[in-house]
Design a protein around this ligand. Structure first.
Ligand code: MRU
Length: 365
């Protein structure tokens, strides 16, 4: 998407033709800096430490991590070692394992001499497919925004989103933001309520940054404000992303998503989830019982980083050192609270039948 008028993606091949460039998302919103990855271990570090994050981008980075592994060694043992290393980085986003399994299924049957070139080709295809999927999600969701806009002529459509399911979480366009960018680019008045998304503030530091760079009107709100806004008619619809959605439509996403869905349900506000098909886990049904929820370092909760008035980036402690903290990364919103899933094949109901009908080839695999 646009950054100061220039088109930028989140991951690309370096000029040497084999190393991989990413944007270091831990430095946002004050610093836009890239990092060059040269090994699978560096790709694993980037995913684990959240230099890259967001389910689709985690998948694309893992795929390029396998290509980097193949650049150095193409025997079965080396590739399997890289697979294990990358697979162990983050447990919740299913795109990670989806991309790694796809890379291994493509590479292992090949003669060793062809593996490196095909690894880069496959990783590039995964990245390009992500862009195409997100653009199609944008078109599917655009119709929803358009119909709300028609019902309130001259007034902006107010959309609430949580975490960052924007282009920074994908290769380009984003999932939840794709319909918003499409609507904005088409001249439909939109305004986005951006949940700050504690503890890592992906809303405040990533979503707000990218919407601002593209020129989309938005307002950052504290995580607990959404319910109040919905009670006062100030939210027309919610659109969030997902890290894993089960075969029956239970949606796992950044911690706090479930509370927004409850508030939306209570206030009759439509609650949509933008769902690229690689994020569907057809092996699971009951999201609450079956999806592993990542627990991250408590320091993410007890400390905050920001820019001081004289321009220094500093980290401060905000919790008394004697207090333990628990840092759950994700929660599950049951399908019954989801108005619809915005997919690359249209807006569908959050239930087993609709999901299986939309993606029959995935059910069989
Ligand atoms: O911990 P993160 O920042 O990787 O969590 C990201 C989210 O929860 C996103 O909403 C989700 O991955 C969807 S991204 C298109």
């Amino acid at each position: 998407m646009n950054v100061d008028g220039k088109h930028l993606r989140t991951i690309w091949l370096a000029e040497d033709g084999w190393s991989v460039v990413i944007i270091d998302q831990t430095r946002f919103p004050h610093v836009l800096e890239t990092v060059t990855l040269k090994t699978a271990a560096e790709a694993a570090h980037a995913i684990r430490e959240m230099l890259v994050r967001g389910a689709p981008l985690i998948g694309a980075t893992a795929a390029y991590g396998m290509a980097l592994a193949a650049h150095h060694a193409v025997d079965d043992t080396s590739l399997k070692r890289a697979y294990e290393l990358l697979a162990a980085t983050r447990p919740t986003a299913i795109n990670l394992r989806w991309a790694l399994d796809r890379m291994m299924a493509r590479l292992l049957p090949l003669p060793e001499m062809t593996r490196m070139a095909i690894a880069y080709q496959e990783a590039s295809e995964i990245a390009e497919e992500d862009v195409a999927i997100n653009q199609a999600i944008g078109e599917s969701g655009l119709a929803l925004i358009e119909s709300i806009a028609e019902a309130k002529p001259g007034q902006p459509v107010n959309i609430l989103t949580h975490c960052n399911a924007g282009w920074l979480a994908t290769v380009d366009w984003g999932t939840a933001t794709a319909p918003i960018y499409k609507a904005f680019d088409k001249g439909i008045p939109v305004h986005v309520w951006v949940d700050e998304t504690r503890p890592r503030n992906q809303g405040a530091s990533l979503t707000a940054w990218e919407l601002g760079k593209h020129g989309v009107p938005h307002t950052v709100i504290a995580d607990n404000v959404g319910g109040h806004l919905m009670q006062h008619g100030m939210v027309d619809l919610c659109i969030v992303g997902t890290d894993r959605t089960t075969a029956r439509g239970d949606v796992c996403n950044k911690i706090g998503t479930y509370l927004k869905a409850l508030a939306a349900h209570d206030n009759g506000v439509p609650f949509y989830v933008a769902l690229p098909s690689p994020t569907i886990d057809f092996t699971l049904k009951d999201g609450v019982a079956e999806i592993p929820i990542e627990q991250r370092n408590a320091r993410e909760l007890t400390h905050m980083t920001g820019r001081t008035e004289d321009g220094r980036i500093e980290t401060v402690e905000i919790v008394a050192p004697c207090s333990p903290a628990a840092n759950y990364g994700f929660d599950v919103t049951p399908a019954r609270l989801v108005t619809g899933l915005i997919t690359e094949r249209g807006v569908i109901a959050a239930n087993s039948e609709a999901i299986a009908a939309a993606f029959p080839e995935r059910v069989a695999s």
